[in-house]
Design a protein. Structure first.
Length: 375
């Protein structure tokens, strides 16, 4: 188990590490920061030499492609621009990593994924098997969201959360987010007296309240909130996540020397299926329950129709839904046993009353506890 930030670089504590590189680090004024990239490749080669298995999650395709195509706003003026820029930039990005890693005798393997590849259980397992085989073969997987086909509604939207999901799928022990900030501060880091928080045990609402929005560079799509969401995804699988300033050359070597940054240590470790379920980020609806149901769910019960007070969305049986309390507070999420229409039909009804509404014997629960995660 990873104990602190430097432990992410110790193969005895973190055998497999996901390293995420943001657009602001890789691209400047539309061009790749080749000297910085070469220094990072040297860092990664050193990690590999000591026995650490490395997976890269790299942003930068849209920024690189936009520069080559002459698109305004870094290629983010419209969805069409972003998709076209990504199509061009993915080729350039793959070439950059192939050359940088190849200089150290390492083989880069491009792996483009969509949200659906990691939201659907079967496709998630397929992605996990591909990652495992690449690592066994000695390659360094370079993962990115396939922005050339992703839509605004069906996408990760940032590579921080993607990195956490990749860590889950790959069975990694740690994630290292190289960022344009040094870590999590107790307030806006530009504010006087802002303090860097070096250790977080569990991402609570109080921790989330410390985060601001946006990336200081304007190139990326993430921000501190996205990084905290990534930390929540990681902690479900017992994965530690670190945020460090990656702007200067050799950022991993600098971390080894300084230890400066923020480490998020997991306070739980769900089983593999529940970690996958808790990490899904695209619910299709919301089920709101009454106070009595909130208490029952807190004791580990399933969600029953009698506790339902509101149903939002249009979904079918088996869909992912968010679970909210009567004041709108998020309780968790799970896989629903009924369609939205059926949920509305049996809302607030006891078991004996449900059959008359449904026309068939009701199922044991609206969301069974085995298909539900809290938080």
């Amino acid at each position: 188990m990873v104990a602190d930030l430097k432990a992410l670089l110790d193969p005895a504590q973190c055998r497999r590490l996901v390293v995420k590189v943001g657009s602001a680090l890789l691209v400047e004024h539309g061009k790749a920061r080749t000297a910085w990239l070469a220094s990072l490749a040297s860092d990664l080669s050193a990690l590999r030499a000591q026995g650490t298995e490395v997976i890269l999650v790299s942003s930068g395709a849209i920024a690189l492609g936009a520069a080559r195509l002459g698109f305004a706003k870094g290629g983010r003026a419209s969805l069409a621009d972003a998709q076209a820029a990504a199509s061009v930039g993915q080729v350039a990005l793959a070439q950059l990593w192939a050359e940088a890693l190849g200089a150290h005798g390492l083989t880069a393997a491009q792996m483009l994924v969509t949200l659906g590849d990691l939201e659907d259980r079967r496709r998630y397992l397929n992605a996990a098997a591909t990652l495992e085989r690449l690592i066994e073969a000695g390659a360094v997987p370079v993962v990115n969201e396939n922005d050339s086909v992703a839509t605004e509604e069906i996408r990760f939207g940032d590579n921080d959360r993607l990195a956490a999901r990749v860590a889950q799928a790959a069975g990694a022990q740690g994630v290292l987010l190289l960022s344009d900030v040094a870590g999590l501060y107790d307030r806006d880091p530009a504010s006087e007296g802002a303090q860097l928080i070096d250790r977080v045990e569990g991402v609570t609402p109080e921790v989330i309240a410390m985060a601001g929005d946006g990336s200081s560079s304007g190139l990326g799509s993430g921000g501190m909130r996205a990084k905290l969401q990534a930390a929540r995804i990681a902690e479900r699988a017992g994965v530690a996540l670190g945020i460090v300033d990656g702007r200067r050359d050799s950022p991993v070597a600098r971390l080894r020397d300084s230890g400066i940054g923020t480490i998020f240590l997991p306070v739980r470790a769900d089983n593999a299926r529940k970690a996958w379920l808790g990490g899904r980020i695209a619910p299709e609806g919301v089920l709101t329950v009454d106070a009595g149901c909130v208490e029952a769910l807190g004791r580990g019960a399933s969600l029953l129709a009698a506790g339902l007070i509101e149903v939002e969305g249009a979904f079918q049986r088996g869909a992912l839904v968010s679970l909210h309390g009567p004041k709108g507070e998020r309780l968790g999420q799970g896989l629903v046993e009924y369609s939205a229409e059926e949920c509305r039909a049996i809302l607030g009804l006891q078991g004996s009353e449900q059959e008359a509404k449904l026309g068939y014997a009701p199922r044991a629960a609206v969301v069974h506890r085995d298909h539900m995660v809290r938080g």
